[in-house]
Design a protein around this ligand. Structure first.
Ligand code: DGJ
Length: 726
């Protein structure tokens, strides 16, 4: 890994183990030269600028400046000065003009990785980093723009961010500040995005790029169930193992835009950043604004290569929790077991039975506070529901601890119920617009987390609860999107800041929580997987992946999520059947196998389970103890997908030293008179002899000829196969 600048040819180069990113300055403009496979020589890549669509060099013909501006590959494209493609930066100056145009001023190359102020960002962690800082200026307006690029010694991910500073005397209004833009001199790509809905999050969409703009975004105040702040551009022939792919991932949990534009000259501009809708930021003299970080990666080893790069990066450089590689306590959550209908006795009956089976933590979900018996009250009143649980949580927690189990709770700090003491005392603490009716969703309103006093009040209550008993886990939920985004604390001209300030407020509170309770296991959640993004991983080593725990559906959700995020971060539980969301019945064993590819836990009433199912729990827990290190630390290879082959899914985790692997095979659909597949494995050592399902086979045979699966009797049957060096 290195960052270099060649005085000879004026080229900045960012080299990772397998990729190169090159930038130059052309007549003051910061131009993108190349991003792709690692270059070995010190070639003068400036010839690439000549092929950007026409013989447009700015100095050749001033009257054609607009053409040059519209075809040059820019590192950080601006608006209203001749580049008509989608832009990364848009401002409004004191004249009311929208124009901006940034030019190179200076640069710095240094060891280390700067923080992104007030926001989650990557850090050196397990491996050194180097940073390139390019300082630019829009002289006419007096706006400084700092472009930051960091590379890491053990990663193919490049972290980009942008800091803007107003060095003029007048106010500058920021209307759009994207985090990254990359002009690639090709258009033969497919665009991959992760889309869905509640209980159907992050399903993979793939389609060829067409002329013009194509994008996904969120305007819901969270990264959302519908789209994820990520996209990939890959060659048409790209599959799991081969082909080129570029990944763009935003470390942000609020409104975002992820976009590709195919231009008139057959180039592709890829952009990612805060959604310009509902965004406007006043930058007074001397003030600065920092955009969230974007994580870019390039792989020539297909989607699998991209995913493994991101997985390692999140584990090594984003997740801070001490739990990131460690075994998590096997938990049982009471949500699907009881919903709101529980009390001390019910929880203890679950805990007693669970502890006998080897389950290690009881998580008390929604309904323990205020007077909450359904979703229509008490959010904001974070004190114990006495009629259900007594004066304090301590006796319950002590009793659970005495069974040898840990204890965790659910919270939803960002919300308030109209029927709550908090809302009655502070109706203006919710997001609302004067003279406009508030939109209710799930019987609740959203608190104005851009306001410190609101966060302080919520945090004080939660802290008191966490100190009142031995609570070792928290599930932080968020069950509705934002509406009527407006803050009573800000003047009219600053209302465009509220969405972003809200997200900063959430980050600030999460930071307080993990600072005050460093050993707490925090799991994020948003009505299932509505806020599964890289930024959340900075605070919590795991995120609830989806409310859909149906094993069949979960495979597709976990498959899509794994394109970017490490399986070790995916909250995954075994629940009861018929499944509460689909009515489908899948074998208990398969539900276990699917959950074992995530954090692993249970979400059912263990006191009501059949003996047959119950008896499988100790075995599943034993598997977790034996194999979960492969999920937590290993490399993921997706070997087959029933969406493509119609019959089965298969994936494997391989240890970093390639001595061991865990393969999960799920036969989705059984058809008579048709053999079980022979599946070609990946990631093993060719020369090593492995014990693979009772056969001694070399890695070479397993990867080229494959492992023969046995035919299983019935739909949704599954197998785990442990493969070990002999
Ligand atoms: C949504 C979560 O995804 C569920 O697991 C559960 O915690 C409910 N909220 C509780 O309201």
């Amino acid at each position: 890994m290195s960052v270099s600048y060649s005085k000879e040819n004026g080229i900045f180069r960012l080299d990772t183990a397998n990729s190169t990113y090159a930038i130059t300055v052309n007549e003051g403009y910061i131009c993108h030269l190349y991003y792709g496979g690692r270059l070995c020589g010190n070639d003068d890549l400036r010839y690439l600028l000549e092929n950007t669509g026409g013989p447009f060099r700015i100095q050749d013909n001033i009257r054609d400046k607009a053409n040059a501006m519209d075809s040059l590959p820019f590192e950080y494209p601006c608006f209203n000065t001749g580049d008509y493609r989608e832009h990364a930066l848009e401002i409004r100056d004191s004249y009311g003009s929208f124009a901006c145009d940034i030019k190179y001023v200076s640069h710095r190359i240094y060891n280390g990785k700067p923080e992104t102020e007030g926001m989650p960002c990557s850090f050196e962690g397990e491996g050194k980093a180097q940073t390139l800082e390019i300082n630019c200026l829009d002289e006419a307006v007096g706006l400084e723009v700092m472009l930051l690029y960091s590379v890491f010694e053990n990663s193919d991910v490049i972290a980009r961010s942008v800091v803007l500073k107003n060095c003029s005397e007048e106010k500058i209004t920021l209307r759009r500040v994207f985090s990254a833009s990359v002009d690639i001199n090709r258009r033969d790509f497919d665009m991959i995005t992760l889309n869905g809905s509640w209980a159907r999050e992050r399903l993979v969409s793939r389609s060829p790029l067409h002329m013009g703009k194509q994008s996904v975004d969120s305007i819901k105040g969270e990264s959302s169930h519908q789209h994820n702040p990520f996209f990939a551009l890959c060659s048409h022939n790209c599959d799991e193992n081969t082909g080129e792919v570029y990944g763009f991932c935003l470390m942000y949990s609020g409104n975002f835009t992820a976009q590709a534009e195919v231009t008139q000259f057959g180039c592709t501009r890829a952009l990612i950043g805060i959604n310009p809708l509902l965004f406007e930021w006043s930058l007074e003299k001397g003030e600065h604004f920092t955009a969230p970080e974007a994580l870019l990666t390039y792989s020539s080893e297909g989607l699998g290569g991209m995913s493994r790069s991101y997985h390692d990066f999140f584990r090594r450089h984003v997740i801070r929790s001490r739990y990131k590689y460690s075994e998590r306590p096997v938990l049982i959550n009471n949500w699907e077991a009881t919903y709101f209908n529980f009390n001390t006795e019910k929880l203890l009956s679950i805990a007693r039975e669970a502890s006998k089976l080897g389950i290690e933590m009881l998580v008390m979900d929604d309904g323990w506070f205020g007077h909450r018996d359904s979703d229509n009250s008490s959010l904001g009143d974070w004190f114990v529901y006495k009629e259900k649980l007594g004066e304090s949580l301590k006796p319950l927690v002590d009793e659970v601890n005495s069974l040898g189990m840990k204890f965790g709770i659910w919270i939803e700090p960002e919300m308030v119920s109209p029927d709550s003491e908090l809302f009655r005392a502070h109706p203006d603490w919710a997001l609302r617009i004067p003279n406009r009716e508030m939109t209710m969703a799930r019987e609740q309103y959203v608190l104005d987390f851009s306001r410190k006093e609101v966060r302080d009040c919520i945090y004080a209550q939660i802290k008191e609860i966490l100190l009142s008993a031995n609570i070792e886990y928290v599930k932080w939920d968020m069950n509705r999107p934002l509406t009527e985004v407006w803050s009573a604390e800000l003047p009219p001209e600053r209302q465009g800041e509220v969405s972003h300030r809200y997200v900063l407020g959430v980050y600030e509170l999460m930071e307080r929580l993990v600072t005050d309770f460093p050993d707490l296991l925090l799991e994020n959640c948003s009505g299932g997987g509505g806020r599964f993004d890289g930024a959340m991983l900075y605070y919590s080593p795991q995120i609830w992946t989806s409310d859909d725990t149906d094993a069949k559906e979960r495979i597709a959700i976990q498959y899509g999520t794994s394109l970017v995020y490490p399986p070790s971060a995916m909250g995954a539980h075994v629940s009861d059947c018929p499944n509460h969301l689909t009515g489908r019945t899948t074998p208990f064993e398969t539900r276990g196998h699917v959950a074992l590819s995530g954090t692993f836990g249970y979400e059912l009433d263990v006191t009501k389970l059949s003996d047959n199912d119950k008896n499988m729990i100790p075995t599943q827990i034993a598997y977790y103890k034996k194999y979960s290190h492969l999920v937590r630390e290993g490399d993921l290879y997706r070997l087959g997908n029933s969406a493509n082959n119609g019959l089965w899914d298969c994936w494997m985790f391989v240890s970093k030293d390639k001595s061991e692997a865990l393969l999960t095979y799920v036969q989705q659909y059984v058809t008579p008179n048709y053999p079980a597949p022979v599946i070609r494995l990946r990631g093993l050592d060719s020369d090593v002899v492995y014990d693979a399902d009772g056969r001694a086979l070399t890695g070479s045979a397993l990867m080229n000829c494959g492992l023969a699966m046995e035919k299983l009797w019935g739909d949704y049957k599954s197998r785990l196969v442990h493969i070990k060096k002999k």
